[in-house]
Write a protein that binds this ligand. Structure first.
Ligand code: NAD
Ligand code: ZN
Length: 274
């Protein structure tokens, strides 16, 4: 029996009567798929200052200055994102959708793993790194994770210095208008995607699962407050911190890959017992 059994039972009780649960997920949900979170020790922010490198303008300026430093970082990123597969936390969220409990997944993650796990109603506030957007006509295409990553890795082998022209040579071209395509991810300083749909989903929810997020990236961090105002029960799962403690109904200090399957099992047990 888990040390947090009481919390798991409480979370299951809230979810078992819900038909409009909304998830708000962050990098912690993919930590057990071996994608490093950005802010935990050893995370990507240790290797690269997000404010310096994260905006599109700064990125191009920095490319010229830091061309040597960027190639190993890009290789690490490709390695982590390229091999990742949904973990038991992602799978449990698909179970909740199939059980008629979970309606929408709002995620800050760009790794495509909620879709690969099977969830169908997904809002990717920060975009998706496996989706390309044409800078000419706006056409979008989702690419196969493994072939896209191995293609870039092959091209990278022939590049010694990752400067601006090398980056451009890595870009794909649109099948409709031949313009360059960019990864459809939101960089610092750019507007998040589908903001009004996200707020609407939070306001329409009857429960919210706040999963693996440090709650410091806005406007995503407003969503649990919107859900709470609408009367939703707030369940936070995060082994290290609860940035939403003032509005939390149930806090489970566990990994999502362990807590979520336990909650799904408990909902099934409660249904079997009644
Ligand atoms: P964050 O890196 O700021 O915080 C991660 C949170 O997850 C921390 O609170 C940590 O305690 C928690 N955590 C770590 N392991 C966990 C686990 N196994 N189970 C549950 N929780 C765990 O992440 P954020 O709040 O999502 O903000 C980071 C930003 O960087 C986001 O905007 C996101 O777009 C981006 N990002 C995305 C990915 C991805 O797509 N997988 C990875 C890193 C960063
Ligand atoms: Zn195009």
């Amino acid at each position: 029996m888990s040390r947090w059994e009481n919390e798991i039972v409480k979370a299951a009780s809230i979810l078992s009567v819900s038909t409009k649960t909304v998830v708000m997920s962050g990098a912690g949900v993919s930590a057990e798929s071996n994608i490093p979170t950005f802010r935990d020790a050893g995370g990507l922010w240790d290797q690269m200052d997000p404010v310096e490198a994260g905006t599109a303008d700064n990125l191009f300026a920095q490319l010229e200055q830091n061309a040597d430093k960027l190639k190993p970082i890009l290789n690490d990123l490709l390695n982590a994102f390229g091999k990742a597969e949904p973990n038991p936390g992602h799978t449990a969220l698909f179970d909740l959708e199939k059980m008629g409990i979970l309606k929408t997944v709002i995620t800050q993650n760009i790794d495509n793993l909620h879709r690969e796990a099977g969830n169908t109603d997904i809002i990717e506030m920060h975009g998706n790194m496996f989706q390309m957007r044409c800078l000419g006509c706006g056409h979008k295409a989702i690419l196969d994770r493994k072939s896209y990553v191995s293609d870039i890795e092959e091209k990278l082998k022939t590049i010694t210095k990752l400067d601006f022209s090398a980056i451009v040579s890595l870009a794909l071209h649109c099948e409709h208008c031949s313009s360059i395509m960019r990864p459809d991810v939101v960089m610092f300083g750019e507007e998040v995607q589908a903001m009004s749909e996200s707020f609407q989903a939070a306001q329409d929810s009857d429960a919210m699962l706040v999963l693996g997020t440090s709650g410091v990236v806005y406007p995503a961090a407003y969503l649990p407050f919107e859900a709470k105002k609408a009367g939703a029960g707030i369940i936070v799962i995060n082994p290290k911190e609860n940035p939403f403690d003032k509005i939390t109904d149930v806090y489970i200090p566990m990994k999502t890959g362990e807590a979520l399957p336990a909650i799904v099992q408990e909902i099934r047990n409660q249904a079997g017992a009644s």
